[in-house]
Write a protein that binds this ligand. Structure first.
Ligand code: ZN
Length: 168
């Protein structure tokens, strides 16, 4: 009998708290980006920055501490359907938030990227989003031993207050 669930693309970082997301039986009913965008309870949805065409929120299932996502307001999955102003704002927000993360969490490096399509690792392929993942020297190597403690010790609430708009 074939296994029901094959491993989804393995994250580079060890992130066991993502298992709730990866093994969730049902996908969320509504797009979490559309929900967060339309709802103005920013803290509840961990929305940390809003622009005219795009906004940013914390990833509830982070690969690393401070993992953010920046998405256009419109529900679109294809890069070539983004309007120039939307693409420009995704990039402007990413610059602003990289600066903010550098100042608050003091990472050594960053990964920024788009997963376009489910086969490329997109968990929510219908609504394009740019990942911003802070990195620290050795976080891959020491993840199983140290980072779990480190990541979990900084709650999403705490991160939200550190990174939300109005903090520069
Ligand atoms: Zn959406």
């Amino acid at each position: 009998m074939p296994r029901r669930r094959q491993a989804v693309s393995l994250p580079r970082l060890w992130a066991p708290w993502r298992s709730g997301f990866i093994t969730a039986k049902k996908p969320p009913r509504r797009c979490i980006f559309c929900l967060a965008q339309a709802n103005h309870e920013d803290q509840a949805h961990r929305v940390i920055a809003r622009g005219r065409y795009a906004f940013a929120l914390l990833n509830l299932y982070p690969y690393n501490n401070g993992h953010l996502m920046i998405a256009p307001h419109r529900h679109i999955g294809e890069l070539d359907r983004l309007r120039p102003a939307e693409w420009a704002e995704l990039l402007t927000l990413s610059q602003r938030l990289v600066r903010r993360l550098r100042r608050t969490l003091r990472p050594h490096a960053f990964n920024l990227g788009l997963n376009l399509g489910r086969s490329a690792g997109a968990g929510l392929p219908g609504h394009l989003h740019l990942h911003v993942v802070p990195r620290w020297d050795g976080d891959t190597n020491f993840m199983p031993v140290l980072a779990h403690t480190k990541v979990m010790s900084q709650s999403l609430d705490e991160l939200y207050h550190l990174l939300r708009d109005g903090r520069g």
